[in-house]
Design a protein around this ligand. Structure first.
Ligand SMILES: [Zn+2]
Length: 229
């Protein structure tokens, strides 16, 4: 396990990673449905001036996932593809702003409840979870009828074999096995975290001023240098 280091964040890295398996259109992890492109659209400024990504925008890039999750996603989708089971990465990293927006649905905003997790209570905010949805006839499908039922079973079976575990109440969801959310909320993460994952996560931690509070390990933004007089 590793503790967060004190790295300097000078700007909010909106979007990341061009090319590669989880970006753009057509890759195995791509969100070519239009709504969920890999690059969130910034719409506002956080309290400290960082850009806040559009809460209605899903992230499907792999860079913002912890390497433990990223590698599992690649293995999982490769194996599903070999069995001609058409899952795609629907959502990977999810910002605390988006989690709050989803949590509000069915509570302070109209619609059916879609989550019981508040910001930082979901593995998605830590880059350690992803949702997979069937891509059928050029659109997302949550169908579980007929042959599709077996597809979801294979998603979970292969997920288990590549180090992931499901949640009983959220069919498309898989997260890295053998972790505790309380550890993640304290900034204790699996070994092997790399810069793209860390930079993205730390930007969210530093920029988040809502409730519940961001993990306690937030490294403060460095003092601006005093300009010469
Ligand atoms: Zn999920």
């Amino acid at each position: 396990m590793t503790q967060f280091g004190r790295r300097q964040i000078l700007y909010f890295p909106v979007g990341s990673g061009t090319g590669g398996i989880g970006s753009g259109t057509g890759g195995i992890g791509s969100g070519s449905g239009g709504v969920g492109s890999g690059t969130p659209r910034p719409t506002a400024l956080s309290a400290d001036g960082g850009l806040i990504p559009d809460p209605n925008s899903r992230r499907t890039d792999l860079d913002s996932l912890h390497p433990a999750m990223r590698d599992s996603v690649v293995h999982l989708l490769t194996r599903l593809d070999a069995e001609q089971i058409p899952f795609r990465l629907f959502e990977g990293f999810r910002s605390p702003w988006r989690q709050a927006w989803l949590y509000a649905q069915g509570r302070t905003r109209s619609g059916a409840k879609v989550t019981n997790a508040e910001p930082w209570e979901s593995y998605h905010q830590h880059g350690l979870a992803a949702d997979f949805v069937l891509w059928l006839n050029n659109q997302w499908s949550w169908s579980t009828v007929g042959a599709h039922k077996r597809y979801w079973k294979r998603l979970q079976e292969i997920g288990n074999e590549v180090g992931l575990v499901p949640l009983t109440w959220e069919l498309p969801h898989l997260q890295v096995a053998d972790l505790k959310i309380a550890d993640l909320q304290r900034g204790i993460y699996p070994d092997g975290g790399d810069d793209p994952w860390r930079d993205n996560l730390e930007a969210a931690v530093v920029g988040w001023t809502g409730e519940p509070a961001a993990p306690a390990f937030a490294s403060p933004r460095p003092e601006m240098p005093t300009s010469p007089r």
